[in-house]
Design a protein around this ligand. Structure first.
Ligand code: CTP
Length: 406
């Protein structure tokens, strides 16, 4: 299964801050995803981490000086700039930020940067007062206006002994932002509402009824929407997944809480994708105290939960409504029935139970059904890939239709 960074040409610029050591971890993460990594470092970066470390981790010669290399370093910089799919400067010191904002090219990194045409992410990292100083803020505003993506530093204890904004964000977060630059912003201006994960229906203070949903598919949908520029709200039942960067998260437990949260957000949404595995029933009464095992047989009376998606379908005005149907048999029949009954524009159906599909798996094999009768069988894909195809099809459908046969 390919990662979105597979064979992508990524250049990491390292300038001379204490966080330079974190670039090693960033290289490792990106390499693991199949990216081809090249490093350009400033002279001061070399005082924190040796070029040999970066060479060993990236598997390539490191560019540390303007006239480095047998073949003339300055020409190599232009080649690297032309080949780059994305560039990240981590850490970016006040000095490199100032140079970039003013078009100064007096070393390998700053010279290279003037030739770059791909997306660029700048990760400022320095002492809090330096970061908040007017010149640095002015320069960052200039860079933002020039189209650079600025990742704000995290707050915390800094190496210089002060506490405040200035820490380089975690390498995984920087890698995530880098992946987001690989996608078009074709959902910009769209509000997307996603529900994910299971719900829990309490029985007593220590027990509940739930299901095996891991939330992975819904989180992948939220992530894909955010990567492509949408304003995404993710309403999530309990999962063990980390929050999705750039997404407004709303945590709920029961189906009733999910219904409240969804209806609260639904009116403003352009696209609603209900991936959540909502419990269909809840215990009629919740015991105030832990139920003791006194009886040989214990019966629970369950009341039906509101069908949130059906309710959204009945209220639908100018919205694109997508459901998910996880079935154990008769996929076509069940998915089509749900699409009709809930007034959906599209439903993604999958058969659960296989090792490459469904709950907990990182992959899914989905069939898409459209309200105009079209059907598309997708192969086994990562849930992230499925999520992007979902948005591809939604955009085409919202734009007025699909090519015949799709
Ligand atoms: N759904 C919902 N509210 C419910 C139950 C389901 O919004 N109370 C949504 C799910 O989020 C999903 C779709 O409806 O997008 C289909 O859910 P699923 O559990 O497959 O089907 P049900 O409609 O519950 O029907 P059944 O359990 O009989 O298969």
């Amino acid at each position: 299964m390919k990662s979105f960074l597979n064979e992508k040409q990524i250049v990491i610029g390292v300038s001379g801050g204490i966080a330079a050591y974190k670039s090693s971890e960033l290289i490792r993460i990106l390499k693991k995803q199949g990216a081809d990594i090249k490093i350009i470092m400033t002279e001061n970066a070399g005082k924190f981490v040796g070029a040999l470390t970066f060479k060993a981790l990236s598997g390539q010669d490191v560019c540390a000086g303007l006239f480095d290399g047998k073949d003339g370093g300055s020409i190599r910089h232009i080649e690297w700039a032309e080949e780059a799919d994305a560039v990240v400067i981590a850490p970016a010191t006040a000095n490199i930020i100032g140079k970039l904002a003013n078009g100064i090219a007096d070393d390998a990194l700053s010279t290279f940067m003037l030739a770059v045409t791909s997306p660029v992410i700048i990760c400022p990292s320095m002492n809090t007062h330096m970061y908040e100083s007017r010149p640095v803020q002015r320069n960052l505003n200039t860079l933002e206006a020039d189209g650079y993506i600025i990742i704000e530093p995290e707050e915390g204890e800094l190496a210089c002994g002060t506490t405040g904004a200035g820490r380089l964000p975690e390498p995984h977060y920087i890698a995530d932002r880098l992946i987001s630059t690989m996608f078009p912003s074709d959902l910009k201006g769209k509000k997307v509402l996603v529900s994910a994960g299971p719900t829990r229906e309490p029985i007593d203070p220590v027990r509940y009824i739930s299901n095996h949903s891991s939330g992975k598919m819904g989180y992948a949908v939220a992530r894909a929407g955010e990567y492509r520029g949408a304003d995404v709200t993710l309403i999530s039942g309990p999962t063990s997944l980390p929050p999705v960067a750039g997404v407004k998260m709303v945590s709920i437990e029961s189906a009733c809480e999910m219904a409240d949260a969804v209806f609260d957000q639904a009116e403003n949404a352009d696209i609603i994708i209900k991936v959540a595995a909502v419990a269909d029933y809840h215990p009629k009464s919740i015991s105030e105290h832990k139920i003791k095992k006194e009886e040989d047989v214990l019966s629970l009376t369950l009341d039906k939960n509101l069908d949130i998606l059906k309710e959204l379908g009945s209220r639908k005005k100018d919205q694109f409504l997508v459901g998910f149907a996880a079935e154990t048999r008769d996929l076509d029949q069940n998915a089509l029935k749900k699409m009709k009954e809930k007034n959906l524009d599209m439903i993604a159906g999958n058969l659960v139970g296989g090792s490459s599909s469904g709950f907990g798996s990182d992959t899914n094999q989905v069939t898409l059904y459209f309200s105009d009768g079209a059907k598309e069988n997708l192969p086994v894909l990562t849930k992230d890939e499925v999520a992007h195809i979902l948005f591809d099809r939604i955009l085409v459908s919202m734009d007025g239709g699909r090519p015949a046969g799709k």
